[in-house]
Design a protein around this ligand. Structure first.
Ligand code: SF4
Length: 284
């Protein structure tokens, strides 16, 4: 990483997700100027240590303190679940990050990916609605830029995966459409990036986007699981999970109930948002 990316004048930009920041990382950040660490937190100490291991919160907050002292830009990566949503989206937590000098926070919705993934951690429609409202409220008022990966699709025209704006390459060099969707028909050792982008799986993404006109239901997995089932079946993409390959059916079946419960709530929220935009346009 040091040789390839962290040099002055390098045009690539890197976002590195970490749980603590070493001296080497800070040195590279100062020298290179082209990458920014995002520290993973699950909320305050008990929530973070419960999910990531004892002592992780302390190390992460020490790293944040050092980054602040060195005046380095950094952000937070935060996954909201049914278990930690209250803490991780609380005003107290948000304000604590401002005090620690974070510049942005990137909220991710919990995804039930993996054979052992729990569906109980998926936020309820009420929790997701509250998260949507809280993050927009903070964004309007507070000096910490908050992005909500699952509820902000309207700003990027829906799903960005499958090479539309990005893709994911795993440790085995398999090219997945998204960091959360581990089904692929390409490997970077066998194809050029352009060939991979023209592969059946990536083209299925291209042809299917946007997967829903309602931008609060953007995902072919989480909110429209039949779309992922269809793409995987049509393209014969295989699971690229290196430890325990999961079938698309197994994954999508975990999302069916969630998608059904979220749909009426999302439709109402989206209607409210469309109405608000119309009112604003009329007034301007
Ligand atoms: S596949 Fe789903 S999670 Fe990935 S970018 Fe598209 S909408 Fe987001």
């Amino acid at each position: 990483m040091e040789k390839v990316f962290c040099q002055r004048g390098e045009k690539s930009f890197i976002l590195l997700v970490i749980s603590e920041s070493s001296e080497e990382i800070r040195k590279n950040q100062i020298q290179g100027g082209n990458f920014i660490p995002a520290i993973s937190l699950e909320g305050f100490e008990s929530a973070t240590d419960q999910r990531r291991g004892n002592g992780v919160y302390r190390k992460a907050t020490e790293a944040m303190e050092l980054l602040k002292q060195k005046k380095l830009i950094y952000g937070i990566s935060a996954c909201y679940t049914s278990a930690n949503f209250e803490s991780i989206t609380s005003e107290e937590f948000f304000d604590s990050l401002i005090e620690k000098g974070a510049y942005f926070i990137w909220y991710f919705h919990y995804m039930p990916v993996g054979n052992d993934a729990s569906t109980e951690l998926m936020p309820t429609p009420q929790q997701r609605t509250e998260t949507y409202r809280r993050i927009r409220h903070y964004r309007a008022l507070k000096p910490l830029f908050a992005m909500d990966f699952q509820n902000d699709a309207e700003y990027v025209g829906g799903c960005i995966a499958g090479g539309r704006r990005y893709l994911h390459i795993n440790a085995n060099r398999d090219i997945d459409p998204c960091v959360f969707v581990h089904y692929s028909d390409s490997n970077i050792r066998e194809k050029t990036l352009l060939e991979a982008l023209q592969s059946p799986m990536m083209m299925a993404y291209h042809d299917g986007q946007p997967f829903n006109e309602n931008m609060l239901r953007p995902c072919p997995m989480l909110e429209n699981p039949d779309k992922l089932r269809e793409m995987v079946a049509k393209t014969q993409a295989h699971s690229t999970d290196l430890q325990s390959p999961e079938t698309a059916e197994h994954l999508c079946a975990k999302c069916d109930g969630y998608a059904q419960a979220w749909k009426p709530v999302a439709d109402q929220l989206w209607e409210e948002s469309v109405q608000a935009r119309r009112e604003k346009q009329k007034g301007s």
